[in-house]
Design a protein. Sequence first.
Length: 237
Amino acid sequence: MKNLVLISKMLPDDYIGFTFFVGCMAMMAASAFFFLSLNQFDKKWRTSVLVSGLITFIAAVHYFYMKEYWAVVGESPTFFRYVDWILTVPLMCVEFYLILKVAGAKTDLLWKMIALSVIMLVTGYLGETVFSESAALWGGISGIAYFIIVYEIWLGSASKLATAAGGNVLKSHKILCWFVLVGWAIYPLGYMLGTDGWYTSILGKGSVDIAYNIADAINKIGFGLVIYNLAVQSQKE
Ligand SMILES: *C/C=C(C)/C=C/C=C(C)/C=C/C1=C(C)CCCC1(C)C
């Protein structure tokens, strides 16, 4: 039987390991926060806050594995990373759908967003692993799916529903739109730092993991807090 590693050394210059560790703790704390707040919400908002907690909780578990993987194997935990994303990004689409339900959002919108995010992530995974010699091509296909998501929420049917809903929902939808446009854009940047393509001569090489870890903290915890705040504000009224 192989050795079971329970704890591994953290070197003081292991900045990547540090962001994995802090990421793990931050996701755990955020999950505790969302779950423990559930009782203060009535049924209408509880599901949304629960989903915020599930997103950070799923990430916390994956970060627990990823920090160990990094410490023991010393490589990017690409597989765990994408399993995390394929579970959590569709849940973020669910959040959009849940808050827009008041304006009559249909499950078509939900499935369309989920399908686009799956295409975005599967093609990105292929570009980072199986077909890494054509990473730019796969990243480009992934980028198209990403732009359609951005279009859908900023200008497409999701934005029309948000306008129809008005008030707090519209305000929160707008903030979430910014998360997707700016916060999510860190991921393709990380991808370009970690793979070889036409962009390598411009950007050089860097750590995918630092980019992805920072992006995850901003997007998963920040996104969840926007939903939490929407629930608090709406319930006050
Ligand atoms: C919690 C995790 C989140 C919000 C992950 C989001 C991931 C992306 C928006 C990834 C996008 C990518 C591209 C747009 C092109 C290159 C490949 C990806 C998968 C890194």
